[in-house]
Ligand binder design. Structure first.
Ligand code: NCD
Length: 301
């Protein structure tokens, strides 16, 4: 049994294993899934809104024959003031694994201390989103055949988007060439840049404008308005970041455009019909990858 709180909890070899298991799960899904987790129960604890992560974890559990209980913050006792520690201790007595999303960075690590069953981080504030990163790596490998040496542009709200932070770490680990673009004020945190430089000798190129020339993967995220102190500031930033369709004219034909979704205005819907737009395919990969994650974390001793 294993918790999955940070992408840093996994070695390169373990990530490789999860990605190849995901491919097996994708084949299994074509036959309707399996009963590998029959008799097990997964609890989805979402203290923040979610569509894909919540539903794809439910689908993944059910496709493996497990049951899934869903908790929504609004109608739970957390709304009455119950502490996270108490909620976790109780749910740990009902379920065999806990998938948790919470607005506070570090909350899933804390939850893991109170749970005897595996805790899987489905997003903790602006900190990390490791299972999204596994989906992203799987999608890149599937569509481009490799990760090392690819030129990957991470664009958007690099300061607050947990999907970007976890992905940057993994891209550095796998030897991608990274370009970072954000509106001024939404840069990737220096501590993250120092860490990937020290651990992997990865030195992203910081770009002051968005260009797709020579880029293999564009990974965009929305401005994370819920993490801003002021709604006006978020709106102002939102106006400054848009992947203009004209940028695609100078881009490679083999470019892939990814976005963990939801999108707002940064990816105009005109891009959807471009064969390079892969975000819906990326979202679909959520089920086989999360099947592999559940199997990895819930595997018996
Ligand atoms: C992301 C998240 O929640 O961090 N969504 C997701 O899980 N697919 C990205 C976002 O909200 O922008």
């Amino acid at each position: 049994m294993r918790d999955l709180i940070s992408i840093k909890d996994l070695s390169k070899k373990e990530i490789g294993q999860i990605l190849s298991d995901s491919a097996k799960m994708e084949r299994l899904l074509k036959k309707g899934g399996s009963n590998a987790l029959k008799g097990k129960l997964v609890a989805n604890l979402f203290f923040e809104p979610s569509t894909r992560t919540n539903l794809s974890f439910q689908a993944a559990a059910m496709r493996l024959g497990a049951g899934c209980m869903v908790f929504n913050h609004g109608n739970s006792s957390a709304a009455k003031g119950e502490s996270l520690a108490d909620t976790i201790r109780v749910v740990d007595g009902y379920a065999d694994a806990i998938v948790m999303r919470h607005p506070e960075a570090g909350s899933t690590r804390l939850a893991a201390e109170f749970a005897s069953h595996p805790v899987i981080n489905a997003g903790d504030g602006g900190n990390e989103h490791p299972t999204q990163t596994l989906i992203d790596l799987y999608t890149i490998k599937k569509l481009r055949g490799k990760i090392a040496g690819l030129s990957v542009c991470l664009a958007g709200d690099l300061k607050h988007a947990r999907a970007q932070r976890s992905l940057l770490y993994a891209l550095a680990m796998f030897g991608a060439e990274v370009v970072l673009y954000s509106p001024p004020g939404l840069e990737m945190e220096q501590s993250v840049l120092s860490e990937i430089r020290e651990r992997f000798n990865c030195r992203p190129k910081i770009s002051s404008s968005l260009s797709l020339m020579g880029i293999d993967v564009l990974y965009a995220t929305r401005i994370q308005k819920e993490r801003f102190a002021s709604a006006e500031e978020a709106q102002r930033m939102q106006k400054q970041f848009r992947v203009e369709p004209r940028l695609l004219s100078g881009a490679k034909r083999s470019l892939i455009i990814m976005q963990p979704l939801p999108r707002t205005s940064e990816i105009p819907t005109q891009l959807d019909s471009d064969p390079r737009a892969k975000y819906f395919e990326q979202a679909k990969n959520g089920v086989p990858v999360r099947m592999a994650v559940l199997s990895f974390c819930m595997r018996g001793k």
